[in-house]
Ligand binder design. Structure first.
Ligand SMILES: [Zn+2]
Length: 255
């Protein structure tokens, strides 16, 4: 980067590198800067979802650069009409840049949703877990002592301010596999890692009989609730690194 590079250029380059975007070229999400706004960045906003509500709040709060987990562009941009037109227009009108980071933010060993979930739940990270498009995007870990499933869900609800639902298949909680969001597919790997409890965001009917036959407890803590820790961790890091104002825009779906 030369001296001509703007605050926006610097921030984008830093995030692309720090969050290892190149590791996930298979991701359907167009990770990185999706919509280019003004070149000056005084305030950074962070949110889970790119949507009208978040864009409106970001404009009200005079945010220049918005970092989200679920961006606007998935699998290539085809048309700009309807909801998409309104969303992009809102960004153009306010001059806000939109930056998305999907799978790299689930996986990231430091700032990622899954690493942050383990940390928040006091689970010691043991190894990688949750293969998706040929790459592990998560981790499994171990609690300091055996817990009942009730004790574990109370801990989750408190840490994530959520209301999780659990299905018990009789085991105590010790070895926990975690995949934020819609990660039910990873239940298939539970036996391989000796996992007794599997935690993901969205409930899945398909996971039930697999879990039943493997005798693995299921906990669904909400897609949104399990994907706020990553964006918040990125916000904390940017605040320290760039000494910049950051603000988390909460828009819970309860799902
Ligand atoms: Zn998600």
């Amino acid at each position: 980067m030369d001296e001509q590079s703007s605050q926006l250029d610097k921030l984008v380059l830093f995030l692309d590198t720090e969050l290892c975007l190149l590791e996930f070229s298979e991701d359907e999400s167009a990770n990185g800067l999706q919509v280019e706004g003004r070149t000056t960045v005084r305030k950074v906003g962070l949110a889970v979802d790119a949507c009208e509500y978040v864009f409106r709040k970001a404009a009200e709060r005079e945010i220049d650069f918005l970092f989200v987990h679920h961006g606007l562009i998935w699998g290539g941009l085809k048309t700009v009409r309807g909801v998409m037109r309104k969303r992009i227009k809102a960004l153009f009108d306010s001059g806000i840049s939109l930056y998305a980071c999907h799978l790299p933010l689930d996986w990231h060993p430091k700032y990622g949703n899954n690493s942050q979930l383990l940390k928040l739940l006091s689970i010691r990270k043991m190894g990688e877990f949750g293969k998706y498009h040929g790459k592990n995007i998560s981790y499994w870990g171990r609690t300091a002592k055996e817990l009942s499933l009730d004790e574990f869900t109370v801990r989750i609800d408190k840490a994530l301010k959520t209301k999780s639902s659990a299905v018990s298949f009789g085991k105590k909680v010790r070895n926990v596999g975690v995949v934020s969001g819609g990660g039910w597919f990873a239940i298939n790997e539970a036996e391989k890692y000796g996992i007794d409890t599997f935690l993901t965001g969205e409930p899945s009917h398909s996971a039930y009989t697999l879990a039943e036959e493997m005798r693995v407890n299921l906990v669904f803590a909400g897609h949104y609730a399990t994907e706020t820790p990553g964006v918040k961790a990125v916000g904390d890091m940017l605040k320290k690194k760039f000494d910049i104002a950051v603000e988390f825009i909460d828009h819970p779906t309860g799902l």
